[in-house]
Design a protein around this ligand. Sequence first.
Ligand SMILES: [Zn+2]
Length: 408
Amino acid sequence: MIGSGSFKIQTMSKAGNRAAILECISTAEEIARVDIAQATGINAATVTALTSELLDEGIVEALMDEEKQNTKRGRPRVKLCLNPKAFNLAGAKISEDAITVAIIDFAGTLLSEHMQKGNSFAIPKHKLAANLKKAISVAVDKAGLHIDDITALGVGIPGYVDIASECVHWSPALSDTPTNFVETLRATFDFPVMLDNDVNLAALAEQRFGLGKGISDFLVVTIEHGVGMGIVLNNNLFRGTRGLGGEFGHTKVQLNGALCRCGQRGCLEAYVADYALLREADTAIKLQSANNLPTAQRLEALYLEAKSGNQAALSIFERAGKIFGMGLANLVNIFDPSLIIFAGERMQFDFLYEEDVLEELRRNTLQIDRAPPKVQVHKWGDLLWAKGAAAWATEYVIHQAAAKNNES
Ligand SMILES: [Zn+2]
């Protein structure tokens, strides 16, 4: 089933119609003209005219529908897809210790990936842009392309990013915030660059390549150093007015509670994120042997303590799990999504005793005689985030391509 709904438009400019058609083809991957008309609400004659243009421009390709071709009745039905060779897009995810780059074609197929280790957090924007440039040129090489073959770049960065004003208000990756990091990136690359909060791009990745495919309303919750959320409503990413929507980690769960990285008190993240669990552990139990280890290994040591029956360690996870479940229940009561995806690479979901979290979620959610939202865990690494960033660059290119032939 096509992700319908969001493309239905009453009257629209030619560029708007072209964009809606391209988005519809992109979402469906392969679709017949008649189904485009149905999904977008654009009349069949207009769909035929505009798709002919897009075919002539090499943006869209025609495929024979083999099923129909094999039947004796009627002409074979032609399906349309994006021409993979029309554009190449790059996406990058900036994380704690690495930059991960994905190069995809216009149809979303991965052409190459590259992870550049050794990125250190909280560095000046010029240095981060230079690191990014190095990582992208390696990925472009691996894809057998030249840097000039890239049409656009999407970048996901942790922190507070207002894409309208282009301001990164705060990011653990940058030492000189608030700042316009997009401007620096534009000066670094010869193609358009888009920057967004990394979790928003994770939601785009789930929508385009992952568990959110074809689902109109879903939430993506990530637990890494912080707790993030991407919101997809009616097939569109919801960012909020100031780009600060979906800051699930900073919803308040305790009056005058634990101190959060944001400077406020009682945030969910201050109980659930890795630094919060380790901070608790530092005061409740002594994990001397683990003190010099990296965060992930210290967390694992704490988890093993809990598993082996250390009551203090166990209660840290139990409390975090309960608070996390309660926070999730609040999300369900507000958004009533059909799906919540726990996404990310790291093992915090296991640490948080998944069943306890889900029980707390059920207990605090309004119940009716219809199934509650599905909860799915999707463990993946930085590559999918990078693909999400590239998917965002694809959206940009779709709108540029749609506007290109806008005279009539
Ligand atoms: Zn906070």
